[in-house]
Ligand binder design. Structure first.
Ligand code: PMP
Length: 406
């Protein structure tokens, strides 16, 4: 499959507004668009095999179960996990991290224990640990972010000397586009006796992931940022760890035996999948994985890198524009910036009038914005379906902002 004719696969991206402009979607870091095959896979489930899974003894229930479990295997392969038992379906990255904090964290962390995070974390990888800090008296320390948007790894090494129990960092910042050296960071964390959790919400959609190569103990991500539907995400965990963890939510499916006053848990991965799951969404996620595989993750990374480099080069020429995050080297496709003379909300509104979607605000990373002394930024983020022409449209839109506010 070639990246040049990809647009035709995404119905939403072929919309034309009243001024004859095609939708220019530059907000994939928030959520990605969905190809026809994903929409169709979910339609097919509802139209032909809609039934609950894991308990039906009739044909369509077996087909639904089969489709759901096939998706799990596709996801296992996609991130190169050792076993399908290590792939837990959750609602999203947020729920995956909450699962770890509430099960592994509550069991293994005691008053005074240390968890290392970074200053660039999304609230999803911040608040669950803050709640534990309040409830269990654990300490939190933060790897600082340097002025150029990279993590201060010298400080990371120093923090590891404080004997943390777990290090939890994003594999790619949704604001800065920073891609920390997580493989080396995992080696260092393990040497210090700590576990290593990767918030993969921005990483999994944009580059090849091999959880065994990274040696991640946990890896969390969301389908909706990688061409799949909302309402479904993944927690990968090493089998021995998941086995040792107590269940998260209680109810149907996660049990083996139930008595009036007690229960025994089901095997992995079902132990962590209480209640009727998001069946259509899991199947849609499987179709998204098929699509990403067909295009190829290396081709996607390369395409995004080209667009991002071009965008940074052009953005730097816009008067009064400052990019928050790395401007060279290997980085992700989320590019956040400020303009001296216009608030991000005004910028987003003017761009919207050109049928260009960008995000304005703190992007669920308030402490990071505080670190850079800005209340908000405008963020353009690119994915496999974006083009260089769309970057040019963004720049023309920003010139309009300059004309109006500058
Ligand atoms: N972490 C990062 C780095 C993210 O970008 C996001 C989504 N913006 C999340 C976590 C949370 O993802 P979700 O809302 O799908 O749980």
């Amino acid at each position: 499959m070639s990246l040049s004719n990809i647009l035709q696969d995404f119905p939403i991206l072929n919309q034309i507004d009243k001024n004859g402009k095609r939708l220019c979607f530059l907000d994939s870091a928030a959520t990605s668009q969905k190809p026809e095959t994903v929409i169709e896979a979910m339609n097919h489930y509802y139209r032909t095999i809609n039934a609950n899974i894991h308990r039906g003894i009739y044909q369509i229930a077996e087909e639904a179960t089969d489709a759901y479990e096939k998706s799990r295997k596709k996801i296992q392969k996609f991130i190169h996990a050792g076993s399908a038992s290590e792939i837990i379906f959750t609602r999203n990255t947020t729920e995956s991290i909450n699962l770890v904090a509430n099960t592994w964290g509550r069991k293994n962390l005691q008053k005074g224990d240390l968890v290392i995070l970074s200053e660039m974390e999304h609230h999803a990888n911040l608040i669950p640990w803050q709640i534990l800090a309040t409830n269990q008296g654990i300490n939190l320390e933060f790897i600082p972010v340097l002025e150029n948007g990279l993590l201060n790894l010298t400080e990371y090494k120093r923090l590891l000397g404080l004997q943390p129990k777990i290090v939890c960092v994003s594999g790619m910042s949704n604001v800065l586009g920073t891609v920390p050296p997580i493989k080396q960071m995992a080696v260092d964390a393990h040497k210090a006796g700590a576990l290593f959790l990767v918030d993969g919400a921005q990483m999994a959609p944009h580059m090849k992931v091999d959880v065994q190569d990274i040696d991640a103990d946990f890896f969390a991500f969301s389908a909706h940022k990688m061409l799949g539907p909302t309402g479904i995400g993944i927690l990968y965990g090493k089998e021995a760890l998941l086995e040792s963890m107590p269940p998260f939510l209680g109810g149907g499916d996660m049990i083996s035996k139930v008595y009036l006053r007690s229960f025994t848990t089901n095997d992995l991965p079902y132990k962590f999948e209480a209640g009727t799951p998001a069946i259509a969404e899991a199947i849609g996620f499987g179709a998204a994985i098929d699509y990403l595989n067909q295009v190829g993750m290396d081709a996607i990374s390369k395409h995004e890198m080209e667009i991002t480099r071009y965008a940074i080069q052009k953005l730097q020429k816009v008067p009064g524009l400052k990019i928050i995050g790395p401007t060279d080297g290997f980085r992700g496709s989320a590019v956040s910036f400020t303009l001296d003379y216009a608030h991000p909300h005004d910028v987003a509104q003017i761009l919207d009038s050109e049928f260009i979607c960008v995000r304005a605000g703190h992007h669920c990373a308030m402490p990071l914005h505080t670190r850079f002394s800005v209340p908000a930024t405008t963020r353009a983020s690119f994915y496999l379906y974006n083009t260089l022409d769309e970057v040019d449209r963004l720049i023309t839109g920003l010139e309009k902002v300059h004309h109006l506010f500058g």
